[in-house]
Ligand binder design. Structure first.
Ligand SMILES: Cc1cc2nc3c(=O)[nH]c(=O)nc-3n(C[C@H](O)[C@H](O)[C@H](O)COP(=O)(O)OP(=O)(O)OC[C@H]3O[C@@H](n4cnc5c(N)ncnc54)[C@H](O)[C@@H]3O)c2cc1C
Length: 762
C-alpha cells in the first residue's frame, strides 16, 4: 500500500492539502487527525483500487509539476479598502474587495470559516455578500479543505467564476486536483507564517474559556490595539479576553514555531515567486517606506503574480482607498515568510509530547523550556547488537512512562572517533530517539543544560579498563550535583572492580553521588558492597522490560529473511570447538545453520570460521527477525540468549568467560535454566539432554515477577525526589578530580597550541 498510494508521502512533507482525498475515485481516502492535531490522508486498503491517482495529484510527490505552477515575481502594492471594510478585516481589506467583485459577477468565493462552536476551521463556498463576514479575518489554525476542490470544479463547469483564497499549499492542492488552470478561476494565496495544530488550538481555547461558552474568536481584532495581532475571545456571559500579540500565548506558540505543522518549516512556497494569481498579506512597517501608506487601520500587501491576477486587480482598483506600487525588496524585510519558511522550534516535540496530558499552556512552557527528562549514558551506539538493543529498550520503556530521553554521545579521552560501524548504529537510534550533539570530553558537562536527570544503562560500564578510554563518563562525573543520577541494571562485567586503591576510591566517590543504583548481576550487588560500600539492588536487563511489540516492529523492517526452518548461531567469539558444536547441532536437529558474528569483529571472525554459513550485513532489524524466526538458537552472547528467551526459543548458551561469566550465571540461575548452558562447546556433543525444550511456562512466571519488580524500582527512581544525602568527603573528592581533569585538559590544549606555534615558526 505504501508504495502505490498517497501513504508513500512522508508525514514531514504532507501539507494536508487534501488533493488526494478530493481526487480518489472510490472514496478510499479519509483525512484523519494525527496525534499532534494535523490532518493526513489515510487509505482504506479494502476500498483502494490502486489506480495511483492520489500520488499523481499530490503537489509534494509531483514536485516538478508544482514548481512549474509557480509564477515569476510580480509587482507589489500597498492597498487600503474603505475604513468600514478594514475595521472588520485582518489587514487592508483586499480580500473583501476581490470577493465582492466576484460575487457581483455572479461568481462564488471560497475561503475559511470557523465551525459554529469555534473549535475547528474549514473552507466553504459562499455566493452571498452577507456570508463574507464568515470568511473575513485570519484564523490562525489550519483549515480543513474538505470537498471544496470538487465543489469548485462543479462551479467552474457551470461557467461561474470562482475566487479561492487560502494558504499557498492549499492553492497548489487545488491546481493539482484540477490538473490545469481553468478559465474563470482566480486564486489568492496568503503570505503564510505557518499552519497550526487544531488540537493545540482547541486546548488553548478551552483553557482560555475556563468553562464559559465562546461566542467569538478573533485573532485580528482591531478594536483595542488597532492594526496588530491580538487574541480576542468573547464569551456568552458578556466577558471578553483581549490579549496583545506579545501577551498572547497563542502567538508565542505560533510565531515561535512550536505549534506549526511539520512541513511548514520546509515550505517551498515561502518565497517571492508565488503560486496564486494574487498574494495577500499585511504590509507591516509600510510607513518606514512611505508614511502615507499607514493610518494604523490596516494596509494590505498585494502581489500581482499572473495575467489573471492583473485582470482581477485592475477590475477592483477603483474600489481601493489607496493603491501604491511599492518595492518588494522593502516588504520582504518585515515579512520573513516572503523569503523563507518559519523555523520549527527545537522544543516543538516537547510541546506535542506533553499536550495530551498537560494542555496548551503548560505544554507551551515545556516546549519553550525544552528540556529532556533523562539523558541516557552508555554504550548505546557500540558495535554490538546487544548494547544497542539495551538502550533501545530503555528508551522505549521511558517513552512508555511518558518521559523524554535523549542519548548522550560518549567522547573518547584521546579525542579520536569510534569505529565507523558505530555510525550505522547512531543512524539506527536516530530513527527512534533524539541524540545530543557530539561533544569533546571537556564539554560533555554542557548536557546538564538540557537534561533534568541522567541514567546509565545496563551494559558493562563500571569497568576499570574503560577509564583510560572514556574517563569517568560512565560514573557520571560530568553531571551537576543537583541533578538526579540513576543506574539501571548496570553491569560491572567481571567478578570484581580491578584497579588500584586510588582507582577504587575515585570510582566509589562517583558512585556515592548516585541517587539510585541497581545492577544487572547478583555479583554486581556484591562488588558494590565489597569494593564501594554501596547497597545496590539487582534488576532485570531492560530488554526484558520493553514491550515485545517494539521488537516486532523492528523485525518487520528486516531485509534478510531465511525460508524454512533453520538453526541460528549468534557467535561473538568463534572457535573450532564452536564450529564442531554447530556441525553437531545441524545434523542432530536436521536444520541448516546460519551464523551471525559480532559487528565489531565481523571481518576477523569470518576469517577464522571455516564454515560457509555466515550472514553478512546483518542490521539490528535483521538480528531481531533472525532470532524471532529461527527454529533453534545457539549463542555465546548474553543478549542473544535474552532475545531467545523473549521469543520463546529453544537454545543452548555457551557461557563466554572472556566477556564476563557472571552475567550468564546470574540470568541462568534466576530463571532456573542452568541445564541449557555449557562452558565448553564440546560438552554439547556429549550431552544430548541439553537439547530438551525449555519450560517457558516456568520461565515466563519468573520473568513476569522480575519484570514487575524492576519496573516498579525504575518508576520509583525516576519519580522520587533527588536523594539529598550529602557526603561532603566524597563531594570534595569529586570536585578535586574535576578540577584536575579541567587542568589536565587545559595543559593538553596549551601543549597543542605550543606545538602548532612551533610548526608555524619551523
Ligand atoms: C495561517 C495564516 C498565516 C498568515 N501569516 C501571514 C504572515 O506571516 N504575514 C502576512 O503578511 N500575512 C499573513 N497571513 C495573511 C493575513 O493574516 C491576512 O489573511 C491577509 O493579509 C488578508 O487580509 P485581508 O484584510 O485582505 O482579508 P480578511 O478579510 O481578513 O480575510 C482573510 C482571508 O484569509 C482566509 N483565511 C482565514 N483563515 C484562514 C486559514 N486558516 N486558512 C486559509 N485561509 C484562511 C479567509 O478565507 C479570507 O479569505 C496569514 C494568514 C493565515 C490564515
Amino acid at each position: 500500500m505504501l508504495e502505490t498510494t498517497i501513504e508513500k508521502l512522508s508525514n514531514k512533507k504532507c501539507t494536508g492539502c487534501g488533493a488526494c482525498f478530493n481526487k480518489c475515485p472510490v472514496s478510499a481516502i479519509k483525512m484523519e487527525y494525527d496525534t499532534e492535531g494535523f490532518l493526513f490522508p489515510k487509505v482504506n486498503s479494502e476500498k483502494c483500487i490502486q489506480c495511483g491517482l492520489c500520488q499523481k495529484v499530490c503537489p509534494e510527490l509531483q514536485i516538478e509539476k508544482t514548481v512549474q505552477m509557480i509564477h515569476p515575481e510580480g509587482k507589489c502594492y500597498a492597498v487600503m479598502a474603505d475604513d468600514e471594510i478594514r475595521l472588520v478585516s485582518s489587514s487592508g481589506g483586499m480580500f473583501t474587495l476581490l470577493a465582492e467583485y466576484v460575487l457581483e459577477q455572479g461568481g462564488v468565493v471560497c475561503g475559511a470559516t470557523y465551525s459554529d462552536d469555534y473549535m475547528t476551521v474549514k473552507h466553504i463556498l459562499v455566493s452571498d455578500k452577507k456570508e463574507l463576514t464568515r470568511l473575513r479575518g485570519s484564523k490562525y489554525v489550519q483549515s480543513q479543505i474538505g470537498t471544496v476542490y470538487q465543489e469548485i470544479k462543479n462551479e467552474l463547469n457551470k461557467k461561474r467564476i470562482v475566487l479561492f483564497v487560502g494558504c499557498p499549499c492549499q492553492v497548489a492542492g487545488l491546481y493539482s486536483y484540477l490538473g490545469k488552470d481553468i478559465p474563470g478561476l482566480f486564486t489568492a494565496d496568503l503570505v503564510c507564517h505557518a499552519a497550526n495544530s487544531v488540537t493545540a488550538y482547541q486546548s488553548f481555547i478551552k483553557e482560555m474559556a475556563k468553562g464559559r461558552v465562546i461566542t467569538e474568536v478573533n485573532f485580528r481584532d482591531k478594536s483595542v490595539y488597532g492594526w496588530s495581532t491580538p487574541t480576542t475571545i468573547s464569551f456568552q456571559d458578556g466577558t471578553v479576553s483581549n490579549e496583545a500579540w506579545n501577551q498572547s500565548k497563542w502567538y508565542s506558540g505560533f510565531l515561535g514555531g512550536i505549534i506549526n505543522r511539520k512541513c511548514c518549516s520546509t515550505c517551498r512556497y515561502a518565497q517571492r515567486m508565488r503560486i496564486g494569481d494574487l498574494t495577500l498579506g499585511d504590509f507591516w512597517q509600510v510607513h518606514r517606506w512611505d508614511k502615507t501608506c499607514n493610518d494604523w487601520k490596516g494596509t494590505s500587501l498585494v502581489l500581482v503574480n499572473s495575467k489573471k491576477g492583473k485582470e482581477l486587480f485592475r477590475a477592483v482598483k477603483n474600489r481601493m482607498k489607496l493603491c501604491k506600487e511599492a518595492p518588494l525588496d522593502f516588504a520582504v524585510q518585515y515579512n520573513g515568510q516572503l523569503v523563507r519558511p518559519n523555523k520549527a522550534h527545537p522544543g516543538r516535540r516537547f510541546f506535542f509530547h506533553h499536550l495530551p496530558k498537560d494542555g496548551y499552556h503548560k505544554s507551551l512552557w515545556y516546549g519553550q523550556k525544552w528540556r529532556y527528562d533523562v539523558g541516557l549514558v552508555g554504550w548505546w551506539f557500540a558495535a554490538n547488537y546487544g548494547s544497542v538493543m539495551t538502550y533501545f529498550a530503555l528508551g522505549k520503556i521511558l517513552e512508555d512512562m511518558d518521559l523524554l530521553a535523549i542519548m548522550i554521545p560518549i567522547p573518547k579521552v584521546d579525542r579520536q572517533g569510534w569505529e565507523p560501524i558505530t555510525e550505522k548504529n547512531i543512524e539506527f537510534m536516530k530513527k527512534y530517539f533524539p541524540i545530543a550533539n557530539k561533544r569533546p570530553i571537556e564539554k560533555i558537562d554542557e548536557c546538564n543544560r538540557f537534561c533534568d536527570s541522567f541514567m546509565v544503562g545496563s551494559d558493562q560500564l563500571w569497568v576499570q579498563s574503560y577509564v583510560p578510554l572514556v574517563g569517568y563518563t560512565f560514573f557520571l562525573d560530568f553531571v551537576d550535583p543537583n541533578k538526579k543520577k540513576i543506574a539501571y541494571a548496570t553491569s560491572l562485567g567481571r567478578e570484581e572492580y580491578s584497579g588500584s586503591m586510588e582507582d577504587k576510591t575515585l570510582a566509589r566517590a562517583f558512585l556515592k553521588q548516585f541517587d539510585y543504583i541497581s545492577v544487572r548481576e547478583s555479583s554486581g550487588v556484591e562488588i558494590c558492597k565489597k569494593s564501594f560500600g554501596l547497597d545496590a539492588v539487582r534488576m532485570l536487563d531492560p530488554v526484558f522490560l520493553c514491550q515485545t511489540k517494539y521488537y516486532d516492529e523492528l523485525a518487520d523492517q528486516a531485509k534478510i529473511s531465511i525460508k524454512g526452518n533453520y538453526l541460528l548461531c549468534y557467535i561473538l567469539d568463534p572457535s573450532s570447538e564452536k564450529e564442531r558444536a554447530v556441525e553437531y547441532l545441524e545434523s542432530k536437529l536436521n536444520l541448516k545453520a546460519y551464523v551471525i558474528f559480532d559487528m565489531k569483529t565481523f571481518e576477523k571472525s569470518k576469517k577464522t570460521w571455516s564454515m560457509d554459513n555466515v550472514l553478512e550485513n546483518v542490521r539490528i532489524e535483521d538480528f531481531l527477525a533472525l532470532i524471532k524466526n529461527c527454529s533453534y538458537l545457539l549463542s555465546d552472547s548474553h543478549h542473544g540468549v535474552c532475545f531467545g528467551l523473549i521469543y520463546h526459543k529453544d537454545f543452548i548458551c555457551i557461557a563466554n568467560r572472556a566477556r564476563g561469566y557472571t552475567r550468564f550465571e546470574s540470568l541462568f540461575n534466576l530463571l532456573n535454566i542452568r541445564e541449557h548452558m555449557v562452558e565448553n562447546p564440546l560438552e554439547i556433543l556429549d550431552h544430548p539432554s541439553l537439547l530438551k525444550s525449555i519450560d517457558y511456562v516456568k520461565v515466563d512466571h519468573i520473568l513476569k515477577g522480575e519484570k514487575k519488580r524492576s519496573l516498579n524500582w525504575l518508576k520509583n527512581a525516576l519519580n522520587a525526589p533527588k536523594n539529598e544525602k550529602y557526603d561532603w568527603d566524597t563531594r570534595l573528592l569529586v570536585k578535586y578530580h574535576n578540577m584536575l581533569k579541567k587542568q589536565n585538559e587545559g595543559i593538553k590544549k596549551m601543549k597543542l597550541i605550543l606545538k602548532e606555534l612551533d610548526n608555524e615558526e619551523g
